[in-house]
Design a protein around this ligand. Structure first.
Ligand code: PNS
Length: 167
């Protein structure tokens, strides 16, 4: 009975998602199995010129998460902790690819907790995706390398449309 009235447990999976990779999707799916609701939030960084516009990234994310009923997609300009406060989100869920990710992720987790009390869940990445990053995918795709197994189909289609070298 009490369960039915307890507060929704919400998490956010933040990132640039320029573009989303299979590694991102794996983390979003696993977070969705742990929380009542997961928001995939595209954090807008005005200092970074992206390959895809924020709208394009949101479109692709909506498409790849459309079979996950407790996942929604949003964008935010500003501090992640302010987004969490505004939307009553208690946890940040992120993937850890390697020890080299760890230092930076730990620093951000500690800063976010200091600022707002929000917890961070660092999930071990599927080893099959530990070499994947959006930047490497873009670089490989720019020079015509095959990234079809590294990103969802809809992302691959968009990369092909954007980069003539990508087949
Ligand atoms: O996909 P990325 O670029 O590695 O994601 C990094 C991101 C967007 C999660 C991080 O830069 C972030 O949280 N930016 C929002 C601004 C903010 O809150 N900065 C303080 C972090 S402690």
């Amino acid at each position: 009975m009490l369960d039915s009235v307890r507060a929704m447990r919400r998490a956010v999976c933040p990132g640039s998602y320029d573009p989303a990779t299979n590694g991102h999707l794996d983390i979003v799916e696993r977070a969705a199995a742990l929380f009542d609701e997961v928001v995939v939030a595209v954090l807008i960084n005005p200092k970074k010129q992206g390959l895809f516009t924020v709208e394009e990234r949101l479109d692709m994310l909506r498409e790849v998460t459309r079979d996950l009923p407790n996942v929604r997609v949003d964008s935010w300009h500003g501090l992640l902790v302010d987004y969490c406060r505004k939307h009553d989100i208690a946890a940040v869920a992120k993937g850890l690819r390697s020890v080299s990710d760890f230092d930076y992720e730990l620093q951000m987790a500690q800063m976010n907790r200091e600022l707002s009390g929000v917890e961070t869940l660092l999930m071990s990445n599927n080893p099959a995706y530990s070499f994947l990053s959006s930047s490497l995918v873009k670089e490989v795709a720019t020079y015509g390398g095959d990234v079809s197994g590294m990103v969802p189909e809809v992302v691959h289609e968009r990369l092909k449309a954007k980069l003539p070298q990508q087949r």
